[in-house]
Design a protein around this ligand. Structure first.
Ligand code: G16
Length: 547
């Protein structure tokens, strides 16, 4: 192909018309809205994936159809770049432009401009690997993406129904296949092998690990976790809960990582299953987030969120670099967002460099790349650890001088394999947490006592137009609507240890309000009062005023 296949695009575009009066936006994690509105977006994303691949000399691009933690009727799509990372930011704007082209003529002209401006050589091959989660709308939406591929003559590989992190893994594995940087066999089985083999090495010789309960959010994580459990055998006994992937309405409903984090309580379905002292964790709808928790001996619920995971993991990695004699050569750093609990930021910044960036794994990932080992976690449980190419090289060539150094070095190398470095991965993170708990002989109680969380509350506010809200300073301050930040500041001053911020969600049609304070009742009150300010500022459905 030397020019755009205009006839093929035209013929197929006619089957995926964009309705007037809807605007799509490539947000925090791609396009997300009601599944039944996404057909035209999917077709266009199929075309864009082809252009992205051609632009990158035929490297394989990923397309994931999921709306992750969102309610079941929602769906979404995002593109994955060749190293398994989120789509390069400048292309998000092209995606938005394509998705909003009102007619086929405009669509073609937008495509022609893109090809010209980005100097895309259309004679290059286009290669894409794609997958979807278990949402009922997924199969039809995948068919629309495939029409986009068909129009562009893509060499497309269908990875079926799997988790978002598996798709990211596949992209990297395919693009590194046969090179010295090979990331693993390019199959789901290769992923499971890689994770389970390194996990077994890391816990070899440690006391037997007690069973772990996994709440699969009734999503695709249930499928992959079941396979992983088989690979792990007795090394990590797993009890799967909330695995009803075929029950309509069950996905993320009163279960899963987002439910636990937001409501700060046990999924009701686990109340008769989880015994005091036992560890449990929740995945989200596409298994890229992880939240741990346990009940104490008075059956009180304690949550171990992304901040607690970051603290646990970072301390362990620092310890290993010291034991290996590499601490002067390898710097460990942390990346968080404004949602990080003040308790965690204080604890971590007293020990390590900490950077705060806007919400969205893409922002955290890029910031973490600046460290030798970058530990990034959003409080919602989305995160991973990155080892820079230099660090990987150092680990593979370093000559330890004592047996203890040798052991620590091996642990570090095995960690690089148990961790899915392409993106936050609930199952890989779960193995990582289990490794640290096994090495430290920690139960949830010791882990939780690393630092004390400040009481906090997250509230969603439904407003007429969330795009009126604009932020600065890594989303910690509002610049629009004008004057609102000053009112929030005035309110926050009245609460001991008070902190609050407001930002528009990039995945749901809401504005999010976060607040923390020294005591629980105050954190709740502050959150609802700030939410009230937001609501009064821009108005909305009176029935939905936060209270
Ligand atoms: C996605 C992003 C996360 C982000 C979350 C909430 O998670 O990947 O980085 O924290 O949305 O974003 P927002 O507050 O903008 O709605 P997931 O698990 O839904 O893919």
């Amino acid at each position: 192909m030397t020019s755009l296949p205009v006839d093929a695009i035209r013929a197929l575009a006619a089957q995926h018309p964009k309705p007037p009066n809807v605007t799509f936006q490539y947000g925090t994690a791609g396009f997300r809205t009601l599944g039944n509105a996404l057909d035209p977006v999917m077709f266009r994303v199929g075309i864009l994936a082809a252009l992205r691949s051609k632009r990158l000399d035929g490297k394989t691009i990923g397309v994931m159809v999921t709306a992750s933690h969102n309610p079941e009727p929602d769906n979404g799509v995002k593109l994955v770049d060749p190293r398994g990372e989120m789509l390069e930011a400048s292309w998000e704007a092209y995606a938005t432009k394509l998705a909003n082209a009102p007619t086929t003529d405009v669509l073609i002209s937008v495509l022609e401009t893109l090809v010209q401006n980005l100097k895309i050589d259309l004679s290059k091959p286009a290669r894409v690997v794609y997958a979807r989660d278990t949402r009922p709308s997924g199969a039809a939406l995948i068919a629309s993406v495939e029409d986009g591929f068909k129009a562009m003559g893509v060499e497309a590989r269908n990875a079926g129904v799997t988790t978002t992190p598996v798709l990211h893994y596949l992209v990297k594995a395919i693009n590194t296949k046969g090179t010295k940087d090979s990331y693993g066999d390019d199959s789901e089985e290769g992923y499971l092998q890689k994770l389970s083999t390194s996990f077994k090495k890391l816990v070899a010789g440690k006391p037997a690990i007690p069973p772990l309960i996994i709440d699969c959010a009734n999503g695709v994580g249930a499928i992959v976790a079941e396979k992983l459990a088989k690979h792990l055998g007795d090394t990590l006994p797993i009890i799967l809960q909330n695995t009803a992937i075929d029950t309509i309405g069950a996905l993320n409903n009163a279960c899963g990582a987002d439910y636990v984090k937001t409501s700060q309580r046990l999924p009701p379905s686990l109340s008769s299953v989880l015994k005091p002292g036992q560890r449990a964790c929740s995945l989200d709808g596409d298994a890229d987030r992880l939240i741990y928790y346990y009940l104490d001996d008075r059956s009180q619920f304690h949550m171990l969120d992304g901040d607690k995971i970051a603290a646990l993991v970072a301390a362990f990695i620092v310890e290993l670099t010291k034991s290996a004699g590499l601490d002067s050569q390898i710097q460990v750093g942390i990346v968080q967002t404004a949602y990080a609990n003040g308790g965690s930021t204080k604890y971590l910044s007293e020990r390590l460099p900490v950077k705060c960036v806007p919400t969205g794994v893409k922002h955290l990932h890029h910031a973490a790349e600046h460290y030798d080992i970058g530990v990034y976690f959003e409080a919602n449980g989305h995160g991973t650890v990155l080892f820079s190419p230099d660090t990987l090289e150092k680990l593979s060539t370093y000559q330890p001088s004592t047996p203890a150094q040798h052991t620590a070095l091996n642990h570090l190398i095995n960690l690089t394999n148990v961790i899915n470095q392409t993106v936050g991965d609930a199952l890989s993170d779960m193995l990582l947490v289990e490794v640290v708990l096994a090495h430290k002989s920690y139960s949830g109680i010791e882990w939780n006592s690393l630092y004390v969380d400040l009481p906090n509350r997250l509230v969603k506010v439904v407003v007429a137009d969330r795009h009126l809200f604009k932020t600065e300073d890594a989303e910690r301050r509002l610049v629009s609507p004008p004057g609102l930040q000053a009112k929030i500041d005035e309110l926050v001053r009245r609460y001991e240890g008070g902190r609050s911020f407001v930002r528009p969600s990039g995945t749901e049609d809401v504005v999010r309000v976060y607040a923390e304070a020294a005591v629980r009742a105050q954190a709740d009150e502050l959150a609802f009062r700030v939410a009230g300010l937001v609501y009064d500022e821009v108005g909305g459905d009176p029935a939905k005023r936060p209270s």
